[in-house]
Design a protein around this ligand. Structure first.
Ligand code: MLT
Length: 243
């Protein structure tokens, strides 16, 4: 088994991801939000790239069955129901609803990985479960960090390091690509104080400036959920598999 990491959404070649298992990581905040929404009973998440695409998808659905969610510049999009704060996606709000979601980096990374054989959603919130699910596929695994506007982002990198570490525990003979090797060591160096490492991330600063420290604290919790959202090609939705 080969394991490697792409540091940004734009850095991954979709052709290389075809037929592989891909874990998408956008700790602050898209994949933390998607994981929370589905753990709280949302029917599915439809990732789209643009606000216009989101409104178009909404027009095709029955009112009351969906919510529009996401962000631009980390803020709520005018006319949308929810922003990108995972704390808004409570059971009371999302149960049974399809979430149509567009975000600056996270949903871009997800769309980039559509050619994958298995596309899974990972975050600190579900890290161990996500690593286990990816490992079970038995194929090579790529971790695709969303990054921030096509730049390396420490929050995603730290989570990728944790996932590589979990995967290597499951498959000690796995071969690691250069970035997978480096990020595992980054994670191990800071595992007892991840908030300190991640406080250097530019997007961390942006969220702090917006008064969103509670979102950051929420997203940095580890293994709160045992669920792993997965892209379902047939249904054109990210869902929790029934198994
Ligand atoms: C994104 O997808 O760009 C992020 O999740 C931004 C955010 O923090 O809302």
């Amino acid at each position: 088994m080969y394991i490697d990491v792409f540091a940004t959404a734009g850095g991954a070649d979709p052709g290389l991801l075809a037929g592989k298992t891909v874990l998408i990581i956008d700790v602050l905040r898209a994949t933390s939000t998607i994981t929370t929404a589905l753990a709280n009973g949302a029917a599915g998440v439809l990732p789209v790239l643009t606000i216009a695409e989101a409104r178009e998808a909404a027009a095709g659905l029955t009112p009351g069955t969906f919510l529009l969610g996401g962000e631009r510049k980390a803020l709520k999009i005018p006319g949308f129901d929810l922003d990108n704060s995972p704390r808004q996606y409570t059971r009371e709000v999302v149960a049974g609803k399809t979430i149509i979601m567009t975000t600056t980096n996270g949903t871009v990374a997800i769309k980039q990985a559509f050619p994958a054989a298995a596309l899974l959603i990972a975050s600190f919130l579900n890290a161990r479960a996500a690593a286990r699910e990816a490992w079970k596929t038995g194929t090579d695994i790529y971790l695709l960090c969303a990054g921030t506007r096509n730049r390396f982002s420490l929050d995603d990198a730290a989570c990728a390091g944790l996932l590589v570490h979990c995967l290597q525990e499951l498959e000690p003979g796995a071969r690691l690509g250069d970035l997978a090797f480096a990020l595992r060591h980054l994670y191990l160096s800071y595992r007892d104080d991840l908030p300190h490492l991640i406080s250097h991330a530019s997007h961390y600063q942006r969220l702090m400036d917006l008064g969103l420290e509670a979102d950051i604290a929420y997203c940095l919790q580890q293994d709160v959920y045992d669920v792993v959202p997965r892209w379902d090609k047939e249904r054109n939705l990210i869902v929790l598999p029934l198994d």
